[in-house]
Design a protein around this ligand. Structure first.
Ligand SMILES: [Zn+2]
Length: 151
């Protein structure tokens, strides 16, 4: 194999610009784009500020079967903000501690469930169990999983 097939340069736009072995890069989850533009090391340092953010799964109490999946350091405050001055409650179904930094990859993996046609790209339609299985596949084994509300 040539170097072109085994090495990849980390994008210098947001990363180190180094030529590195392919396994220094995460595969893009949707499989279409090959490897990610920046090496794992660069992603980690960029994401380290996000490591204390949660990945939450919540829904609008008036729209069953649709879920907002996103990242926040304070998911309950986020839920309260969202329902402020509206005629619905946001129901928090699950919070994955420290998983917020994988939001982009989780959204890629959930692409088939994504609700099209809205400005917000963090709403997904499907069974909560199916969605949670995808999200949980990104969690580290030691990560706490808090289930709130009923399925
Ligand atoms: Zn890099």
């Amino acid at each position: 194999m040539s170097d072109a097939e085994t090495l990849k340069r980390c994008s210098a736009v947001k990363g180190c610009g180094q030529l590195l072995p392919l396994d220094a890069f995460y595969k893009c989850v949707n499989g279409k784009l090959g490897r990610q533009a920046n090496c794992i090391q660069c992603l980690r340092s960029a994401n380290s500020i996000l490591e204390d953010t949660c990945l939450y799964v919540m829904s609008n109490s008036r729209i069953p079967g649709e879920y907002k999946i996103g990242r926040s350091s304070h998911p309950y405050e986020r839920a309260t903000d969202l329902q402020q001055s509206h005629n619905f409650n946001m129901v928090v179904h699950a919070i994955f501690d420290g998983l917020g930094y994988r939001e982009y990859d989780i959204h890629c993996a959930l692409d088939a469930f994504r609700i099209q046609g809205y400005r917000s790209r963090e709403w997904f339609a499907g069974s909560l169990v199916d969605l949670l299985q995808v999200v949980a596949s990104f969690a580290k084994p030691c990560q706490t999983f808090t289930s709130v509300g009923s399925l």
